[in-house]
Write a protein that binds this ligand. Structure first.
Ligand code: HEM
Length: 587
């Protein structure tokens, strides 16, 4: 009897493999059922779900990268000791003395970066194919938590090489924790018992300065605690994909073995090859040993947090580092519960050109609001990351990517705060733009004064709001000649410079009326845009109900507010709208 035949008849073989390896429909099914790793799959799957262009394999690749990170991470742990006197040396040894150590380290590092990118792309795919809609809402929530943990895993790993890059990147993050409202020692509305020795930063870094306690804390978080929790959530995530059924259900059913399993295998092979080549040709960065006395300028956070660091230019640290990230996460979690549009599940959002007036816009036919807002958020995020990575040099000064950095360049930036009263008016006006007309009021008005009355009144109210906002924005410059001159001359606030030149050339007699008409024009534009959106707001209120509407509009106003604040700084040189230094509260 040939040895293979003999082996297959032994008790040991049969105890492991419950099925034959002949390719029959029955054994295909048995392979999926009888294998602990494969049985997360269903035995059959819709043919269209196999199309690479539906998922791009992004969820599977994220999972595979997590496996690569676990394996390379465990191997690194054989050599690495988390103590400030040893860590950097161990990394050097790994790079220069340990056989294949450099490749191992490079693979771990690049796989971590790749995983962050792939998980974000997976989220975008899930969003654009509407796969978060019922019954998959909960799995979207689990996914968001996985994304947060992926970022946290990467961040905690950043410190471990104990070089300058690591130390100062983590310092930026720790500083943000110190600025948390209530529980941060440098944040607003600090609770009375909060000190440097018990605030959020202390909790994160295990002391008042980054040192051995931080290293062991990050090591345990990075190697054990976070991967442990991550694995549990990952099991839930994959199990739910199975239980909720996959979002793509069209096409004939085909066997998962071999159709899906072979594709997964090929994707894993491709990722492995890419990682190998990447790790052979590109070194993971390693700077000089960590030194608390030598601060690099600029100190930059890991790239995926650079968007937040860039926001520090426009907002106080507690807003940029704590409030905005929290709201972003809450906003992502809320998406499946506030999006009540049942359309768009199981296929990519259908995009189409349309003319609004004479402006052609490219928009998603069935989910225009959801898709535009989500993609604008992602775009904004990556633009900020790009600016933080390539356009910021020493002292966080702006440099074009092709410009050489200079540590001697002196900033010419002149900024000022809007007087609190006007800032409050501007902010309140902006908030009021989100308020819709209650349905009952609209109906009463229409019954009393005709069907066009609600729209007319709404347009007029928006006009008043727009005017009020324009006045709040311009008047402080016109009532304070020193401010107009200082900021106007500095040339870093183009709109103020324009006002300044106008007043200089035309003199107050001509200048004021011209500017007044300009203010009215700006007010009318804001009012017109608001008025155009009014009908949309009212419809949204009717469809979503008050609570969901309030959540959606607040998150939307927050996102557009970030953009608006950036614009106000770039065009008007405004640093804060409201500034209460006594409370550490600047906005
Ligand atoms: C480490 C992170 C993650 C891993 C390993 C992972 C893994 C997977 C896998 C393997 C699938 C099956 C289909 C596919 O490949 O697309 C999947 C589907 C899904 N994932 Fe993730 N995922 C992760 C993060 C996320 C995130 C960040 C979100 C959303 C915020 C998310 C939401 C979903 C949803 C809703 C499905 C069902 C998709 C459908 O039925 O079309 N996942 N995930």
């Amino acid at each position: 009897m040939p040895i293979k035949q003999y082996l297959k008849k032994t008790k040991i073989w049969r105890s492991i493999f419950r099925h034959d390896f002949q390719d029959t429909p029955r054994t295909r099914l048995q392979r999926i059922f009888g294998n602990v790793f494969l049985h997360l799959h269903p035995v059959r799957i819709a043919q269209d779900a196999l199309k690479v262009t539906y998922t791009w394999g992004l969820g599977g690749i994220s999972f595979y990268l997590f496996l690569v990170l676990t394996v390379t991470g465990i191997l690194l742990m054989f050599y690495y000791r988390p103590a400030s006197t040893l860590a950097f040396q161990d990394i050097k040894d790994l790079t220069f003395a340990v056989t294949l150590g450099r490749l191992l380290r490079n693979m771990h590092r690049w796989a971590a970066h790749l995983m962050v990118v792939v998980v974000i792309l997976h989220m975008v795919r899930v969003f654009l194919t509407g796969a978060y809609k019922p019954p998959r809402e909960y799995n979207w929530v689990v996914g968001v938590l996985l994304l947060v943990m992926t970022l946290f895993l990467s961040y905690t790993g950043y410190l471990l090489p104990w070089d300058q890059l690591a130390l100062w990147a983590v310092t930026v993050g720790a500083q943000m924790a110190a600025n948390s409202p209530l529980v941060g020692n440098e944040g607003p509305f600090k609770l009375p018992f909060i000190t440097t020795a018990n605030d959020a930063r202390f909790g994160l870094i295990g002391g008042t300065v980054i040192g051995d306690a931080t290293l062991i804390r990050f090591y345990v978080l990075h190697c054990i605690a976070v991967p442990f929790v991550f694995s549990i959530f990952l099991c839930v995530h994959l199990w739910r994909v199975r239980k909720d059924s996959f979002s793509k259900q069209t096409g004939a059913k085909v066997d998962v073995w071999p159709h899906l399993v072979s594709r997964e295998f090929l994707a894993a092979l491709l990722v492995t090859v890419i990682l190998f080549v990447w790790s052979l040709v590109m070194e993971a960065p390693l700077e000089a040993e960590a030194n608390l006395n030598v601060t690099p300028n600029p100190s930059k956070a890991p790239w995926y947090f650079l968007g937040l660091q860039e926001l520090l230019v426009y907002f106080d640290p507690w807003i940029a580092g704590v409030v905005l990230p929290t709201l972003i996460i809450l906003g992502l979690l809320a998406i499946p519960y506030v999006d009540v549009n049942p359309k768009g599940v199981g296929y990519w959002a259908r995009m189409r050109w349309k003319r609004v007036g004479s402006v052609p816009i490219w928009y998603a036919e069935e989910r225009p609001f959801a898709v535009s807002v989500f993609m604008l958020g992602i775009l904004l995020w990556f633009v900020l990351i790009f600016i933080g990575t390539y356009c910021r040099g020493p002292n966080w000064e702006w440099y074009w990517p092709w410009e050489a950095w200079s540590h001697r360049r002196i900033s010419q930036l002149t900024l000022h705060n809007l007087p609190n009263v006007w800032g409050t008016v501007l902010l309140a006006g902006y908030g009021l733009l989100g308020v819709p007309f209650p349905k009952a009021l609209r109906e009463r008005l229409a019954a009393q004064a005709g069907p066009a009355a609600p729209a007319d009144l709404s347009a007029r109210l928006h006009g008043v709001l727009g005017l009020l906002m324009a006045v709040a924005l311009f008047v402080p410059f016109l009532t304070d000649p020193a401010l107009l001159e200082g900021l106007g001359r500095s040339r870093n606030a183009p709109v103020v410079s324009l006002l300044y030149e106008l007043m200089r050339q035309a003199g107050p007699v001509l200048g004021y009326p011209v500017i007044a008409s300009f203010i009215v024009l700006v007010g009318l534009v804001i009012g017109w845009v608001g008025g155009q959106c009014a009908r949309f707001k009212d419809r949204m209120l009717d469809e979503l109900g008050l609570i969901k509407y309030a959540i959606v509009i607040s998150l939307f106003l927050m996102m557009m507010g970030v953009l608006a604040k950036i614009m106000l700084r770039l065009a008007f040189g405004i640093k804060y709208l409201i500034s209460l230094p006594g409370f550490n509260f600047n906005i």
